[in-house]
Design a binder for this molecule. Sequence first.
Ligand code: NAD
Length: 227
Amino acid sequence: MVALTGSGISAESGVPTFRDAQTGLWAKYDPQELATPEAFARDPKLVWKWYAWRRELVEGASPNAGHEALAELERSVPEFSLVTQNVDGLHQEAGSEYVVELHGNIRRSRCPVENVTVEPDEMDHIPPPCPNCGSPLRPDVVWFGEALPAAGLEAASEAARLCDLFLSVGTSGLVHPAASLPYEALENGATVVEVNPDPTPLAPHADFSLRGWAGEVLPRLVGAAFG
Ligand code: NAD
């Protein structure tokens, strides 16, 4: 069994999805114009501050019943892969142990020159310098236009091709290559179930398209199967 999650699963934890309006100071910026390498090159301070704001939101959030239901599935199903496009780390906080993070994690920073994950040790400058080489650090996330981590994508694609049941939860199905995973599962004979309050491009192809919030639908599904 495979579950692919997108930002919708964290909406009930108070972490806004990209398509929801941003609030406060950030309302005037389009996320698709901030989450790019070009934006970081043009205005690293602005992009770092936007990520610092989102990181604070995420650090103040708690996993919801949807995250918890997926952690319970991992404990209940013999072979289970959780693949997420989220960068918030809430699946791990809910107790999921094996999480493929296709888009990185906002709680980490990376040195773009050495290409290693590092923790900044001083915050006098924004972005803070790499403690090893002094280059300005960036958030350890995959931006629009960047390649996904090859090993994670290969693991996700293999799991999608081999699974019997594929759950697609809280994702708009617009951001590739993650959006292709349910189709790989369908082509290989899996049953595909979508959980989303709104119809997505996957809905007409999925075997079951469940209209509802992840925090309500997933606990009911897991309860019905294993309760
Ligand atoms: P998206 O913003 O494109 O789509 C979110 C989807 O979630 C929508 O289809 C919406 O109808 C659905 N949704 C909203 N509330 C829901 C709920 N309670 N239960 C179930 N579904 C719900 O998100 P995406 O498809 O993940 O792609 C956007 C990119 O944004 C991702 O690559 C991700 O890296 C990034 N992102 C991550 C976070 C996060 O980590 N929490 C937040 C914002 C954006």
